[in-house]
Design a protein around this ligand. Structure first.
Ligand code: HEM
Length: 138
């Protein structure tokens, strides 16, 4: 049933695309074009945390759909494996950093908060760049 399979991939991709937009956009907007107020930054941190969770879940769902239809995971090698591992590591680190921000930022200096947002933006950019390599080397 190729239509159902395509629908499952497409819906997974919808979640994955919006998750990518949330982690990249949320982190960038917290700092640029101007540093946002502390309360707004906390809300953005929740958005970014939800985005990283969604990326992990929808990334796993891609694998689950493939497994459900083919009985195995896609056979990827080399650069594609490195890109996938990079995305998974970014998602894990982004999740931890966003959660740490929400729990600890009240005791942080402004410079430290800026550093955390720069880290979140960098992780999002790395994952988004890795996505292109996963797509075209697999
Ligand atoms: C646990 C983490 C992740 C896993 C397991 C994962 C897995 C996947 C898989 C299997 C695909 C389909 C690849 C293909 O079409 O060949 C995909 C696509 C994509 N992923 Fe992820 N991903 C993860 C995290 C992320 C993150 C954090 C971002 C961005 C910030 C991201 C952005 C994208 C984008 C933009 C695509 C579409 C690429 C395209 O078709 O051009 N992913 N991901």
């Amino acid at each position: 049933m190729p239509d159902l399979q395509n629908l499952a991939y497409a819906l997974t991709q919808v979640a994955h695309n919006f998750g990518a937009a949330a982690v990249v956009g949320g982190a960038v907007f917290a700092r640029w074009p101007a540093r946002q107020a502390r309360e707004l930054r906390r809300r953005l941190a929740w958005l970014v945390l939800a985005g990283w969770l969604l990326q992990g879940a929808s990334g796993g769902a891609f694998g689950a759909v493939s497994y459900a239809y083919y009985g195995r995971f896609p056979d990827i090698h080399g650069i594609a494996v490195a890109a996938l591992l990079t995305k998974m590591a970014s998602a894990g680190a982004g999740l931890v950093l966003a959660a740490a921000y929400l729990k600890l930022e009240s005791g942080w200096t402004e410079a430290r908060r800026d550093g955390a947002w720069a880290g979140l933006a960098a992780l999002a950019a790395i994952a988004l760049a890795a996505a292109a390599f996963l797509r075209w080397f697999s």
